[in-house]
Design a protein around this ligand. Structure first.
Ligand code: NJP
Length: 237
């Protein structure tokens, strides 16, 4: 039987590209997100399984975990940013969205699938954090704080799971051209396009290739953290 990889947030961007890469490497890929129509097209393309998943909803996560047959690789990718505002002007709804999706979403999905990752005998958890998990920058506190928290959650598990057959890799990308900025600016294409001015951003496949590399290391090798940025991007903000 094929090894099974679960990719959250696979309806676009890094998650979709990762699902394609892992499928090409021979994994049966289970793709989860809220937009089931997109997932079904992807699953059809790669011979995988599409399942609706809202990482902010405990029942949705539990229902998802219950039907996944086995899990060898979990890619915690679902996430994103909302808004850009100073701490004093911060919108609490934006903060709640970012913390629910990036932090509590990662916690819910990881906990729900951990027994199956352990049962596989060589589980791998890849969490997509961000260079925003390594730095602070003006007007980015909602996202940077959520990504710091998500990264700490992942790094803590690395210690807590020592002795179990589970590897953990954090991937912290800089700017990647996906729907990320469109989501951040609620569909405003002009604002989203400005994010990449002056740099050639990474594309989703760049990150997916690295995840494919991580997933193909032998079982005694743990790549703890990988930071990847566009050549012309020095800092996160
Ligand atoms: O963004 P995008 P990316 N439940 O918007 C899903 C991090 N990152 O690929 O539910 C389940 O194309 C959403 O699916 P849907 C970033 O923080 C990026 O760039 O159908 N899924 C979609 O598939 C994130 O952790 C950059 O709307 C949920 C996916 O998430 C990861 O990379 C830089 C969901 C987002 O795809 C992938 O983002 C960086 C929910 N409640 C870190 N809410 C960058 N692009 O520049 C959203 O440092 N999703």
């Amino acid at each position: 039987d094929a090894l099974v990889a679960v990719v959250t947030g696979a309806s676009s961007g890094i998650g979709e590209a990762t699902a394609r890469t892992l499928a090409a490497q021979g994994f049966h890929v289970v793709v989860g997100a809220r937009r089931l129509d997109r997932l079904e097209r992807l699953a059809n393309d790669i011979g995988g399984t599409a399942l609706e998943l809202d990482v902010t909803d405990e029942d949705s996560v539990d229902a998802f975990a219950a039907v996944v047959p086995r899990v060898d690789v979990l890619v915690n990718n679902a996430g994103g940013a909302k808004g850009l505002a100073s701490v004093l002007d911060a919108d609490l709804d934006d903060w709640r969205w970012m913390w629910e999706t990036n932090v509590l979403g990662t916690l819910r999905v990881t906990r729900a699938l951990l027994p199956k990752l352990i049962d596989s005998g060589d589980g791998l958890i890849v969490t997509i954090t961000s260079v925003a998990a390594l730095e602070a920058y003006d007007n980015g506190s909602g996202y940077t704080s959520a990504k710091h928290a998500q990264a700490v959650l992942h790094r803590t598990l690395r210690g807590e799971l020592l002795g179990l057959p589970v590897r953990l890799t954090e991937i912290a990308p800089g700017a990647v051209e996906t729907e990320f900025s469109l989501v951040r600016f609620d569909g405003d294409e002009d604002r989203a396009a400005k994010v990449y001015e002056g740099i050639t951003p990474l594309v989703a496949a760049d990150v997916a290739e690295v995840i494919g590399f991580v997933a193909s290391r032998p079982s005694h090798v743990n790549l703890d953290q990988i930071v990847m940025k566009p050549r012309d991007q020095a800092s996160a903000g």
